[in-house]
Design a protein around this ligand. Structure first.
Ligand SMILES: O=C(O)CCC(=O)C(=O)O
Ligand SMILES: [Fe+2]
Length: 486
């Protein structure tokens, strides 16, 4: 791609009457395409999934350390005094605030036990009830939360979930909320770059209140585990899994004890298996179809970014990044995208666009040479290094050239506030000094109109196998724009 083609990709020339009219038409067409794409990404599904699962009697027995003795409680039928004892054995539940753990009953009123203080046979990956199939809650999480991967998962067989993106859960805490116990709105502290979510298991103690409220991108959802527990006719647990950058709150418990086990959810390294492709169009989420159609239409329209250009998507979720100097580099976030973000990536890749994820900062990019450079500035630098990437502002600059970005969706927060995500404003569950959340953007490189191969062309000219091979090749290539593109 030559210099001139990129620099003024979507700027309008108004030098003569004719071009002025053409420019207005093309600007209108562009707006329409951008609105269609944006519209497809609006109808957000809840950023959590939940359910009630019957468990075997042994799954509900819990042992815990109680002042040098071993306490035992059977959650199939716990008495009030047993629950009271458990509550008394708990430590006050702290939360992360900046790099510190803080106890403050105006933010969180609950007791907790760390994993070295209790033991239970309950295993969310292997729930066995006589006469029923083994249940793995992680399968439900893949369906319920990782739906954005569906297009990417054309490389898998939908019937075999074990071949989809691999995830794992690590037990984190046992929490006990008595009457008036609660946990104010917070995001869960990122503990690793591959951590994407949190899983809460609510044990079947009769209680009321303690609803989980989720908030994301100005929408709100309420889930009431207590009511789900009261409706269960056999001993059951209730689970909720959510992306951990999503704000969540535990409302005050009105009666009884609310006992939860929390797990952190991580992606495992993706497996590199070649899996036969089956047609999945009918099973795609409707937004994926809408977005795919809108993107295809815009790429087919010769008036849309006629000379090519950069399409920008503000990612809807936050992603954990390292914040320490000694952290290893090349910490690419591509395989970790969540929900709509994963969907945008899949569709862009499918359309043959090269993509790259950038760290979004406003105008002031900090350099290590700045003499009075603050912790915040330093942090920004570190993240840029760890992403091995470039910051983007309104425009993408490389060397002395500046490429405009055509934003489909825009980020609302900027990374010079990044440190806040680590806890100055937002509370997490226990501090983590190594990771923080970053606001990222995905930039897709759209070639000039005359060189664009439309999806329809491709569908007509390639067999499934050819498409699969192309897609695999593209997956390898597309994490980065090649240097020659600029
Ligand atoms: O107990 C719950 O339902 C959620 C607890 C929570 O949000 C946390 O520990 O971070
Ligand atoms: Fe939490």
């Amino acid at each position: 791609m030559s210099d001139s083609e990129m620099t003024d990709a979507d700027e309008l020339s108004v030098s003569s009457g004719d071009t002025e009219v053409a420019a207005v038409v093309s600007e209108k067409a562009k707006e329409q395409h951008l609105n269609d794409m944006k519209g497809a990404l609006l109808d957000e599904r809840p950023p959590y999934c939940s359910g009630t699962i019957a468990v075997g009697p042994k799954d509900l027995i819990l042992f815990y350390e109680n002042g040098g003795h071993v306490g035992r409680i059977d959650f199939a039928n716990p008495s009030n005094s047993e629950l009271e004892k458990l509550m008394k054995a708990c430590d006050p539940a702290t939360f992360g605030h900046g790099d510190e753990n803080v106890y403050d009953e105006s933010v969180r009123k609950a007791g907790k036990l760390d994993t070295d203080k209790f033991a239970s046979k309950f295993n969310p990956f292997d729930i066995r009830v006589e006469g029923s199939e083994v249940v793995n809650i992680l399968d439900a999480v893949k369906f319920g939360l990782l739906w954005g991967d569906e297009i990417r998962s054309e490389l898998r067989n939908d019937d075999d979930l074990s071949l989809a993106k691999q995830i794992k859960a690590e037990l984190y805490k046992l929490n006990v909320y008595g009457k008036d116990g609660f946990f104010k709105s917070h995001k869960d502290t990122p503990r690793a770059t591959n951590m994407f979510g949190s899983l809460v298991i609510v044990l079947p103690t009769p209680h009321t209140g303690g609803e989980l409220v989720f908030r994301h991108k100005s929408k709100e959802w309420t889930f009431d585990p207590a009511s789900a527990i009261s409706k269960a006719t056999v001993p059951s647990i209730v689970y909720a899994a959510f992306f951990s950058d999503v704000e969540h709150e535990v409302l005050p418990v009105k009666e009884g004890y609310r006992v939860t086990l929390t797990y952190n959810l991580y992606y495992k390294k993706p497996i590199q298996e070649r899996i036969p492709r089956i047609p999945t169009e009918a099973t795609l989420p409707s937004n994926a179809e809408l977005f795919r159609t809108a993107l295809e239409k815009s790429l087919e329209d010769k008036e849309f970014l006629p000379k090519g250009g950069l399409l920008g998507f503000g990612l809807q979720h936050l992603y954990p990044v390292f914040k320490s100097t000694w952290a290893s580099r090349g910490n690419l976030v591509h395989p970790h995208l969540k929900g709509f973000d994963a969907l945008v990536l899949s569709v862009c890749r499918e359309a043959g666009l090269k993509t790259r994820i950038y760290f979004f900062v406003e105008d002031a990019i900090v350099s290590e040479n700045v003499p009075d450079h603050t912790l915040e500035d330093y942090f920004v630098d570190e993240i840029l290094n760890n992403f091995d990437g470039k910051p983007v502002t309104e425009k993408y600059a490389r060397g002395h050239r500046v490429h405009p970005i055509t934003w489909v969706t825009k980020n609302t927060a900027l990374n010079h506030h990044l440190i806040d995500y680590a806890g100055e404003d937002t509370l997490g569950n226990e501090a983590n000094i190594e990771h923080a959340y970053a606001e990222l953007v995905l930039i897709a490189n759209v070639g000039p109109a005359k060189e664009r191969k439309t999806y329809t062309d491709e569908k007509a000219s390639s067999s499934d196998d050819e498409r699969l091979e192309k897609k695999e090749k593209q997956e390898q290539d597309s994490d980065e724009f090649s240097a020659s593109d600029y």
